[in-house]
Design a protein around this ligand. Structure first.
Ligand code: GDP
Length: 444
C-alpha cells in the first residue's frame, strides 16, 4: 500500500479524538503531535511539517460545529484540504507550444528512472494523440542510448541518436530539427544523469536549454529519496530554471516525503508521477486524489462534505428568515459580505474565460480591502452590539469605542452602521416585504 506507514501514523491522530464532543485547543494537542510525528517519519521536510501542523491547528480550533460530524472526522477533513493545498491544489498540466513542436527537456540524477520516463512520457502522449520523438543526449553512458532505443521501439516512437562524440547541446539541436522536419508534436530530450550534482552537469544542461528553448524542463526525482527530492528540485530550479518535476517509483515503499515536500519547498509543481516499471505507469499528479489515498478515508471525506452543504443550506434559510423579520444583524452582515467576497474570487476565475470578464481585479481588491476594514470593526463589537445594531445607532459612545479598538475612524464606524440598515431595507425590498420594522436608516 502506497504511503501505508503515513496513513497508519495519521490514523493514530484521529484515534486520539474518539469520544470527544468538539475540537478544542486542548484536545487537539495530542492529535497534532501524532500528525507531526507521522509526517516526520514520512520524511517530509521539517519547515513544511511545522507550517502544516500550524495551519491545521489554526483551522481545527476555529472550525464551527457541524451537526452529526464528530471531531475526528472534522480533523480528517481539515488535514485533507491542507494536504491538497500543500501539494499545489490543482493538477498541474503539461504545457505545449501553441504551434509547432513542443520541447520537453528531462533532467535528473542517475538511476532515478529518467530514461524510463522518456519512453513512458512518449507513450503517455501517444495515448493523447500526440506524436513524439525521443532524443538521446546522454553521451556519457552508451548503455543509456541503447536503452532509450530499445524502449523507443517498445512504445513505437522514433529515437534520434548521434553517438557519443557529439556535444549534448548539438545532439539536442539536431534532434529538434529532425523532429520539426517530421512534424512531431513533441520532442523529448534525455540528458545525462550523474551520480551527484556537479558544475559540469549544470553547465551542460544550461547549454542544452539555450539550444532548445524548451516548453517544459522537468526534473525527474525518485520518491524513495524523500525530502532530498524536494531539495534537488530547488537546486535545479535555482541553477537552470525548471518548470516542474516528475516523481518516480511511487509504487515502491516510498514514505511520502517527496510527494508532500516538493511543491512547498521548491515552489515547483509535480506534474507527473511514475508508479511502476510498465510503460503505462505514468500519470498526472492529482493533489486531491493523492491526499485521499494518503488518508484512505474517502467515505469520511464525502460524509463531512455533505454535512457541510446541509449546514450551508440551513444557514441560508436562517438568514432569509432573519431578513424577513428585519432581524438582520452584524453577524449576518459579516456572513453576507464574506460570501460576496468569495463570489469576487470566483469572478476572478471567470474573468480568465474570454468574454466573461466583467469585474476588474482592482474592483475585487477594493472589495476585499473594505471587507477587511468591516471585519476589524465587527470583531471588536460585543455580542449584544452585533445582535442589536440599534445599540450602535443610538450610542455615539459605543461607536467611539469601536473606532478606538479597531483603529478605524468614528466616521468609518458610522458608515458601517448605516450600511447595515441600508442593507436591511434593500433586502426587504428585494423580498417584497416593505411593511414591518427596521425600515429606516438612523441618523448618525
Ligand atoms: P536513469 O538512470 O535515471 O535513466 O534510470 P532508468 O530509467 O534506467 O531506471 C532505473 C531503474 O529504475 C530501472 O530498473 C527502472 O526499471 C526502474 N524504474 C524507473 N521508474 C520506475 C518506477 O516508477 N517504479 C519502479 N518500481 N521502478 C522504476
Amino acid at each position: 500500500e502506497m504511503f501505508g506507514q503515513l496513513t497508519s501514523g495519521l490514523e493514530s491522530a484521529w484515534n486520539k479524538l474518539k469520544g470527544e464532543e468538539v475540537l478544542t485547543k486542548e484536545n487537539i494537542v495530542e492529535p497534532m503531535r501524532e500528525i507531526r510525528r507521522a509526517l516526520l517519519e514520512a520524511d517530509v521536510s521539517l519547515p513544511v511539517v511545522r507550517r502544516f501542523v500550524q495551519a491545521v491547528s489554526d483551522q481545527a480550533v476555529g472550525v464551527g460545529l457541524i451537526r452529526g460530524v464528530k471531531p475526528d472526522q472534522q480533523l480528517v477533513k481539515i488535514v485533507h484540504s491542507e494536504l491538497v493545498k500543500l501539494m499545489g491544489g490543482e493538477v498541474s498540466e503539461l504545457n505545449f507550444a501553441k504551434s509547432g513542436t513542443s520541447v520537453i527537456l528531462l533532467a535528473g540524477l542517475q538511476g532515478v528512472g529518467k530514461t524510463t520516463v522518456c519512453a513512458k512520457l512518449s507513450f503517455y502522449l501517444k495515448k493523447q494523440g500526440k506524436s513524439s520523438m525521443l532524443v538521446a543526449a546522454d553521451v556519457y553512458r552508451p548503455a543509456a542510448i541503447d536503452q532509450l532505443v530499445i524502449l523507443g521501439e517498445q512504445v513505437g516512437v522514433p529515437v534520434y541518436t548521434a553517438g557519443t562524440e557529439v556535444k549534448p547541446s548539438e545532439i539536442a539541436r539536431r534532434g529538434l530539427e529532425e523532429a520539426k522536419k517530421k512534424k512531431m508534436d513533441v520532442v523529448i530530450v534525455d540528458t545525462a544523469g550523474r551520480l551527484q550534482i556537479d558544475k559540469s552537469m549544470m553547465e551542460e544542461l544550461k547549454e542544452v536549454k539555450r539550444a532548445l528553448n524548451p516548453t517544459e524542463i522537468l526534473l525527474v526525482v525518485d520518491a524513495m529519496t524523500g525530502q532530498e527530492a524536494a531539495a534537488l528540485v530547488t537546486t535545479f530550479n535555482l541553477e537552470i530554471g525548471i518548470t516542474g518535476a516528475i516523481l518516480t517509483k511511487l509504487d515502491g515503499d516510498s514514505r511520502g516525503g517527496a510527494a508532500l515536500s516538493v511543491r512547498e519547498v521548491s515552489g515547483k509543481p509535480i506534474k507527473l508521477v511514475g508508479r511502476g516499471e510498465r510503460m503505462d505507469d505514468l500519470e498526472p499528479f492529482y493533489p486531491d486524489r493523492m491526499a485521499g489515498r494518503i488518508l484512505g478515508m474517502g467515505d469520511v471525506l464525502s460524509f463531512v462534505e455533505k454535512a457541510q452543504e446541509v449546514m450551508k443550506q440551513e444557514d441560508a434559510e436562517e438568514l432569509q428568515k432573519k431578513i424577513m423579520s428585519a432581524k438582520f444583524d452584524f453577524n449576518d452582515f459579516l456572513k453576507q459580505t464574506r460570501s460576496v467576497a468569495r463570489m469576487g474570487s470566483m469572478t476572478r476565475v471567470m474573468g480568465m474565460i474570454p468574454g466573461m470578464g466583467k469585474v476588474t481585479p482592482a474592483q475585487i481588491r477594493d472589495a476585499e480591502k473594505s471587507l477587511k476594514i468591516m471585519e476589524s470593526m465587527i470583531e471588536v463589537m460585543t455580542t449584544e452590539e452585533r445582535e442589536k445594531p440599534e445599540l450602535l445607532a443610538e450610542s455615539p459612545v459605543r461607536r467611539k469605542r469601536i473606532a478606538k479598538e479597531s483603529g478605524k475612524t468614528e466616521q468609518q464606524v458610522s458608515q458601517l452602521v448605516a450600511q447595515l440598515f441600508q442593507m436591511r431595507i434593500r433586502m426587504k425590498n428585494l423580498m417584497g416585504v416593505m411593511e414591518g420594522q427596521g425600515g429606516s436608516i438612523p441618523a448618525l
